[in-house]
Design a protein around this ligand. Structure first.
Ligand code: ARG
Length: 318
C-alpha cells in the first residue's frame, strides 16, 4: 500500500465512526479513494472529511490549550480558488470573520491541496504581525519579523520604520513570483496597553493586535497536505505579556517598565524583572478586558468548558 493510501485509510477509519458512518460507508469510501489514487496519484477530500479533518488536527495539537474548543472551529473551504487576488480577499474575509468586532471566532480557511506543481504559499507567519527593522540604532519593532520584513521590502513594500507596523500579506501561487498586499487598517483590531493603577503605563505607547492567525503551518489530513490553511483561536494573556512584549529578543519592555517603577534594574537580585513582568501581564489582561469583548482565552473559560462536557477523550487515533 502506498504511503498516501495508508494515511488515507487510517484517517477514514478514525473519522468515519465519529461521524456515525457504517462499516459499509467506510469500505465504500476506501475503495473510492483507492481508485482515485490509482488513476490520478491523489484524492480529494469530501467537504465533510475536510471539516472533520481540520477539527481533528486542532484536537490533536497537544501544545495548544485552546484545543478544548475544537468542535466549534468554523471551517471555510476555499479549495476552488486559484488566483492571488481572490486568495488575498479571502484572507481579508478571514481576518474580519475571526475578529468579529472583538468577539473572536475560531476559524480556519483551507486553500487547495499541495500537488506536484501546484500550491498556495502564504509567507506570513501570522496574517497580522508587526514588522521588525535592523537599524544602526538597534532593532525597531518585532525582531522575530526581521527576515520576513526584509523579504517584503525586497518585493517593494515601503516599511514605515515604526515599532508597530502591520506587515503586508505575501502570497505565492504555484511557485510564481509572490506579491505583497497591504491589509486595510479598518480590518485590524489592536489593543492599547494601559495599567489599572500605573497611569504612566500608557506613555510607553505599547499595543498588540487582537487575533493570532497562524498562517505559517501546513495542515495534513489523511496524507494530503494543505500548504495554506491559516487558522486562529484566541490569545492567552501571557503570550503577549510574558513573551512578545517581555522577551529580550522581542520587544524587551521590562527595563523601561522597571525604571519607571523606580526599581534597581542594575541588580538582578532586586527581582526587578519579576516585578516589572507582573505589572506588564496585569496591564495586558486589564487592557484586553477593557475592550469589553471576548478577546482572550482564560483558564476559567477552559475549565468551564471542560466541566460542562461529559469527559470526552481528547485523543483518538492519529
Ligand atoms: N505565541 C504566538 C504569539 O504570541 C501565537 C501562537 C498561537 N497562539 C494562540 N493563542 N493561538 O503571537
Amino acid at each position: 500500500m502506498s504511503d498516501l493510501l495508508q494515511e488515507a485509510v487510517s484517517f477514514i477509519r478514525t473519522s468515519y465512526p465519529e461521524l456515525l458512518k457504517t462499516e459499509e460507508d467506510i469500505n465504500g469510501r476506501i475503495e473510492q479513494i483507492k481508485k482515485e489514487i490509482n488513476e490520478t496519484g491523489r484524492y480529494e477530500h469530501t467537504y465533510e472529511e475536510l471539516v472533520y479533518g481540520a477539527k481533528l488536527a486542532w484536537r490533536n495539537s497537544n501544545r495548544c490549550i485552546g484545543r478544548f474548543f475544537w468542535e466549534s472551529l468554523r471551517v471555510i473551504d476555499k479549495r476552488m480558488i486559484q488566483s492571488e487576488e481572490e486568495i488575498v480577499s479571502v484572507l481579508f474575509e478571514h481576518i474580519e470573520y475571526a475578529t468579529n468586532n472583538g468577539n473572536i471566532r475560531p476559524v480556519i480557511t483551507i486553500f487547495k491541496q499541495k500537488d506536484h506543481d501546484q500550491k498556495v504559499d502564504i509567507w506570513n507567519h501570522q496574517l497580522i504581525r508587526y514588522a521588525g527593522y535592523e537599524t544602526e540604532h538597534g532593532v525597531i519593532g518585532d525582531s522575530s519579523s526581521i527576515e520576513f520584513t526584509k523579504q517584503c521590502m525586497e518585493l517593494g513594500w515601503g516599511g514605515k520604520f515604526g515599532p508597530f507596523d502591520i506587515l503586508p500579506l505575501v502570497v505565492q501561487v504555484d511557485g510564481k513570483t509572490p506579491s505583497f498586499h497591504e491589509i486595510p487598517e479598518s480590518l485590524v483590531k489592536e489593543v492599547q496597553i494601559t495599567h489599572p493603577e500605573l497611569t504612566w503605563f500608557k506613555d510607553l505607547k505599547i499595543k498588540w493586535y487582537a487575533v493570532p492567525i497562524i498562517s505559517g503551518m501546513r495542515l495534513e489530513i489523511g496524507g494530503i497536505t494543505y500548504s495554506a490553511a491559516p487558522f486562529n483561536g484566541w490569545y492567552m494573556g501571557t503570550e503577549i505579556g510574558a513573551r512578545n512584549l517581555a522577551d529580550e529578543e522581542r520587544y524587551n519592555m521590562l527595563p523601561a517598565i522597571g525604571e519607571r517603577m523606580g526599581l534597581d534594574i542594575k541588580r538582578d537580585s532586586s527581582l526587578w524583572k519579576d516585578r516589572a513582568l507582573i505589572e506588564l501581564n496585569e496591564a495586558v489582561l486589564h487592557s484586553y478586558k477593557n475592550t469589553e469583548s471576548a478577546l482572550l482565552i482564560t483558564i476559567q473559560q477552559l475549565n468551564n468548558s471542560r466541566n460542562s462536557k461529559k469527559k470526552k477523550p481528547l485523543m483518538t487515533g492519529k
